[in-house]
Design a protein around this ligand. Structure first.
Ligand SMILES: Nc1ncnc2c1ncn2[C@@H]1O[C@H](COP(=O)(O)OP(=O)(O)OP(=O)(O)O)[C@@H](O)[C@H]1O
Ligand SMILES: [Mg+2]
Length: 155
C-alpha cells in the first residue's frame, strides 16, 4: 500500500500525473477506481491524470453526463462520475462494459460499482483530514513501480 499526504489541490493533481505515467507506455486500456467523499479531490486527481494522457483537455466533473471523453492523446480517456447513478442497469445502458474495452477509464464514486470494478483496477482512496490535507492511498503498490518509492512523489 502506498500512502501520501497532499497539502493542496496542486499536489493532488501531481499524484494523478504520476499515476498516469504508468499508463503512458502504450497501454490501450486501464481502470482507475476513485473513492472518497464530496470534495475529497477526485476531480483534482483526475485533472492531473488526464493532463498526461490527453494533453490540453479541460477536465470538469461530469456529474450531469456521467461520462466525459478526452481524446487528444493516443488512447481515449473516459472520466466517469457515478454520483447520480441509479443502478447497474443504467451502467449497462450507458455502455459501461464497452468503455472498458475502448480506453482508459477513471471513475469517481467507484463506491457505486460494488462488484463491477475490473480485477486489475488501480484503486485510489482519498480522505479529508481535519487540517484540510488529504490522505491518498493507492492500491496495489506494484502497479505504480518507481514513483511510490518516494514518500512525496513530486519531489
Ligand atoms: N489537498 C487537496 N487536494 C485536493 N483538493 C483540495 C485539497 N485541499 C483543498 N482542496 C479543495 O477541495 C476541493 C476538491 O474538489 P474536487 O472537485 O476535486 O473533489 P471531488 O472529490 O471530485 O468532489 P465531488 O464528489 O463533488 O466530485 C477543491 O475545492 C479543492 O480546492
Ligand atoms: Mg468530482
Amino acid at each position: 500500500m502506498a500512502e501520501y499526504i497532499s497539502l493542496s489541490p496542486e499536489e493532488t493533481e501531481e499524484i494523478g500525473k504520476k499515476l498516469a505515467l504508468s499508463y503512458s507506455d502504450g497501454k490501450r486500456t486501464g481502470f482507475v477506481a476513485l473513492f472518497g467523499d464530496l470534495g475529497a479531490g477526485k476531480t483534482a486527481l483526475t485533472r492531473g491524470f488526464v493532463s498526461v494522457l490527453s494533453p490540453g483537455s479541460r477536465v470538469k466533473s461530469p456529474t450531469f453526463t456521467i461520462v466525459n471523453e478526452y481524446v487528444s492523446g493516443s488512447v481515449p480517456v473516459f472520466h466517469f462520475d457515478l454520483y447520480r447513478l441509479s443502478g447497474s442497469d443504467e451502467l449497462e445502458d450507458m455502455g459501461y462494459y464497452e468503455y472498458l474495452e475502448r480506453g482508459i477509464c477513471i471513475v469517481e464514486w467507484s463506491e457505486r460499482l460494488e462488484g463491477l470494478i475490473p480485477d486489475d483496477a488501480v484503486k485510489v482512496y482519498i480522505t479529508k483530514n481535519d487540517d484540510d490535507s488529504r490522505t491518498i492511498r493507492i492500491e496495489p503498490e506494484e502497479k505504480q513501480e518507481g514513483f511510490l518509492e518516494n514518500d512525496r512523489p513530486w519531489n
